[in-house]
Design a protein around this ligand. Structure first.
Ligand SMILES: [Zn+2]
Length: 424
């Protein structure tokens, strides 16, 4: 039986569908029965973290027929069936710029889907209540209720950066800097407690480490196993460490602990393949560096895939379970980027330019950042932000959530959501 949850905004129900039926969304999750096999590690979309977006700088939730997306803007949705997207808010005549807006103006929250509801860990109203808040969001009404509160300490020792909900547990990345005896320290822990009880007093760490500084840390969820990949500086060396926590046995093991003596190696996320291989993408450090993907073999890094044949170097490499993608900047002004999407055997799925029709020919603003994620055999997803300056300050920022469908005739560009922030 296909599990389908059809949901329409209360506003639309109230208006009897006629007035604005196009703004309705429906939510449909993949059928867990079709994905759950005898393999306990098989992905269950109702209860498992979606690794494609787990470590993205901006927040994405993808269900079978909708997206939620947020950067520094209100929570937006895109309905894949109707092709309609807007702020995730059902309040009539809302300007989407107030604390009661369904989209929330929360600034870098973490959004999760779990068993029919959305959960958002946000900053607001932590200042007011001196605590971190987790909200449960009703997909029908877009109303949110407080699901959990976690104490916020003035010394910063509870600085929650990310939230994940996975197989009956809720997890928070607690990452903060402190100075001890004049030495700066970065402290990292992954805290967890039972999801149903969601009692902050029961939060306990499953991973914990300190470092002088750190390039990156990423998490990967596979059934009962949670992998933590980090690149801390310990005892004067940059290291690449992979830990694995088993939620059933509650044991943590070290999978790899590698000293990185190559100044040109900067990791850019990782994935664990179905064969259990750990694959790592690389970010370029110097302008003429061609990036590679690596794998860990016998506690050493081995080249997994190389990207060559370009007038300007391939600059960033991203990996997921389906693809290995490299990106490069072809032109700064106007900004033009190229991508090379390959499968794990090295076969090219798409290699070429990314169109920017979504910019409508506007070249007056400059790119702030592009976040790539979810490249698969049939599409590339990215989130981009462009800044406009006036009088030495940022006067506006344009945010875009873009999908490129990979077709026989090249890429088909589609804007899934966008938002413009103005300084006044
Ligand atoms: Zn609103």
């Amino acid at each position: 039986m296909k599990k389908t949850i059809s949901l329409l905004f209360v506003l639309i129900i109230t208006l009897g569908f006629a007035a604005c039926a196009t703004s309705g969304i429906s939510m449909q999750t993949a059928d867990p029965a079709s994905t759950v096999t005898s393999d306990i590690n098989a992905f269950n979309p109702e209860t498992d973290v979606d690794n494609r977006y787990a470590n993205a700088f901006c927040q994405i939730v993808e269900l079978d027929n909708m997206f939620l997306w947020q950067v520094e803007c209100p929570l937006c949705y895109y309905d894949k069936v109707t092709g309609f997207g807007d702020v995730f808010c059902s309040k009539p005549e809302c300007d989407h710029n107030n604390p009661d807006c369904g989209g929330g103006i929360l600034g870098k929250p973490a959004i999760s889907y779990y068993d029919g509801k959305f959960y958002m860990h946000g900053h607001w109203p932590s200042n007011e209540n001196n605590c971190w808040m987790v909200f449960r969001i009703d997909p029908v009404s877009t109303e949110r209720e407080v699901f959990m509160t976690i104490p916020w300490y003035e010394d910063g020792s509870m600085t929650l950066m990310r939230m994940f909900i996975h197989r009956g547990k809720i997890f928070f990345v607690n990452q903060y800097q402190s100075v001890e005896s004049g030495n700066p320290k970065e402290k990292y822990s992954l805290l967890t407690c039972d999801f149903e009880k969601h009692d902050a007093a029961e939060l306990k760490p499953v991973f914990e480490f300190e470092s002088k500084s750190m390039y990156s840390s990423n998490l990967f969820f596979e059934g009962s196993k949670i992998y933590l990949f980090a690149n801390p500086s310990i005892d004067g060396h940059y290291k690449l460490i992979v830990w694995c926590y088993d939620t059933v046995s509650e044991e943590t093991s070290t999978i790899a602990d590698i000293n990185i003596d190559d100044d040109y190696f900067q990791p850019n996320g990782f994935c664990v393949t179905q064969e259990g291989e750990i694959i790592i993408g690389q970010s370029a450090v110097v302008p003429d560096q061609n990036v590679k993907a690596y794998r860990i073999v016998d506690n050493e890094l081995e080249v997994y895939m190389e990207f060559e044949e370009a007038e300007t170097p391939w600059w960033g490499c991203y990996v997921n379970e389906e693809t290995v993608t490299a990106t490069r900047v072809v032109s700064e002004n106007p900004r033009q980027d190229a991508v090379w999407v390959r499968d794990h055997k090295g076969n090219t799925i798409y290699k070429g330019m990314l169109s920017t029709n979504y910019r409508n020919g506007d070249h007056s603003s400059h790119l702030g950042s592009i976040t790539y994620f979810g490249a698969s055999r049939d599409r590339i997803l990215l989130s981009a932000e462009f800044y406009t300056e006036a009088g030495g300050t940022t006067s506006s920022v344009d945010y875009y959530f873009i999908e490129y469908d990979i077709t026989e005739n090249g890429l088909q560009e589609k804007t899934l959501a966008s938002w413009k922030w103005n300084s006044k």
